[in-house]
Unconditional design. Sequence first.
Length: 209
Amino acid sequence: MGNVHVLDHPLIQHKLSFIRDRSTGTKEFRELVDEVAMLMAFEITRDLPLEETTIETPVTTTTTKVLAGKKIGLVPILRAGLGMVDGMLKLIPAAKVGHVGLYRDPETLKPVEYYIKLPSDIHERELIVIDPMLATGGSANDAIQSLKNRGAKNIRLMCLIAAPEGVEVIKEQHPDVDIYLAALDEKLDDHAYIVPGLGDAGDRLFGTK
């Protein structure tokens, strides 16, 4: 059963405050998102399985632990999800990265898929879908369904902030997907923006309007 995990580590919460601040410029915003993604990666991988191995230290032979070969796949939703990939790869450099391109139709507010490129072995991987914002849940819902349609079995969703409405959509449509957040915000406004939110993550990451 999918659970919602709000990662309340003090460093994550501290940096998220500056990410939200409207006066934070593009360069600093990008760096902070990168740092928070790395900290979230530390938390989201907490339950990865380990196995024992034998190594030789400079002093003696000893038994120690390594990851039990569980393959990770990172799947950012374009374009804002790209801002969180590098931070995660610093901790999980062997992860493969797929991409899902979605945009929201301004009339219907429904997501439209325009691009998808994934590792060939996604059915064997623990996939982490990445999008800074979970607002209506439409984009994440469609991205997760696209992965499932292509054989993915183990999927987690990682977002900086979420609205309760988006969380409910994912819980209802994909009850097997765990959701990892830095913050669960108050609501969506009439334009489907998260309140209090952080504005448009893509625009703030890439300096566009």
